[in-house]
Design a protein around this ligand. Sequence first.
Ligand code: AMP
Ligand code: ZN
Length: 445
Amino acid sequence: MTEIKIYNSRKKAKLAFTPIDANNVRMYVCGPTVYDFAHIGNARPAIVFDTMFRLLRHVYGEKHVTYARNITDVDDKINTRATEEGRTIAEVTKQTTAQYHTDIDALNVLRPTIEPFATQHIAEMIEMIKVLISKGHAYEAENHVLFSVSSMDNYGEFSRKNLEDMLAGARVDVAAYKRDEMDFVLWKPSSDDQPAWDSPWGKGRPGWHIECSAMAKKHLGNVFDIHGGGLDLIFPHHQNEVAQSCCANGTKQMANHWMHNEFLNVEGEKMSKSLGNFLTINDARKQHPAEALRLMMLMTHYRKTINWSADSASEAMKMLSKWHEKTANIGKISTADIAPKFIDAVADDLNTPLAISILHKLDGKQLKASAQFIGLLLESHSDFMSFKPEGTEIDEAEILTLIDKRNQAKADRDWALADKIRDDLVEKSVIIKDSADGTSWEYKK
Ligand code: AMP
Ligand code: ZN
């Protein structure tokens, strides 16, 4: 059996992965808050953990892997968006969830085994909060319920932060009713225009962290194998999930392996809604084939920063064109065709850059099967070739025909025709370059 190694960001070491139960390998990944289109930074964890999901399914069998990725459909950002747009909260969350699905389906991200919605797990959250209160880990104050960080010996150990950093990082709300300024909200009261559920502490809504603890417990149990998300979630979100789950369930840990993906940056800064430097997946897909976006993401190891540029997507596009060309006539393939060293690379803490360098050396069935293993080359050759960026009038197949015509014109020494074809392509935003290897082309940005 292929040995999987995972860099455990909690233990700061790459360790062999041994599941708790090989018949039910369990992974939880924090999913999107559905208030707006997801950006390509958000696509990174979706693609990274999809690749992990594919690997686990390959090694342990499809039926033996449970992957839960939640939808956070109760959050103040959603309330604000609904008010701004004069829409109901349900309309905003329903539409955004559908957009998210369309976007990441296009990126060949498999649907997780379970996609729990926070609003459908309020009873489980209330139950967990009750347990935390009964065990002395939480207290009620002015219609809020707060987790008491001092009730836990090792709060902060998970994220390895000192108190000062935690205070700064948590951007803790100062509130008179808190016993300790680090204490965080499990339940809070709602005003008339905010979503509200009945609870022993009055009408209100849950805090963000308790959502994941309750959903993970329900679907994966008290302790499961892998918990993942972006690096920014380590503190406070994952720290607080661990605090809640361990204290409520009486366990030493919540998950055995913690995996965190690095950021996708733009000019040295994390792509984020708040900085305004974001490109939605929806817009990126209009400029680049979704498959090229996925490959671009996998060209960098998940623990290294990606510096986003349209050029990196174009580079990925060129690689894919070559592979599509090489595999256009390859028929049915099976998992037996995947190159063993390719699987080993992916199994080694998702070393996708190494795996991609191996793809360059493969042909035929091995190339197709290996690429498909990481969610590439799933489109037909002709669908891939017919992609054209929004705003351009010509697709790849037409371009290649014109390049052939131009090469013929050059062979016939008909320079006028050759130049005319090149100029016509430039008109259509296509730039061609001649080199010793032949003629390449790209869409002008
Ligand atoms: P959010 O909607 O901000 O909670 O993010 C959803 C997921 O995307 C989380 O796992 C984040 O860590 C991750 N994420 C957000 N921004 C980026 C980024 N620029 N690069 C990589 N991952 C990100
Ligand atoms: Zn979470």
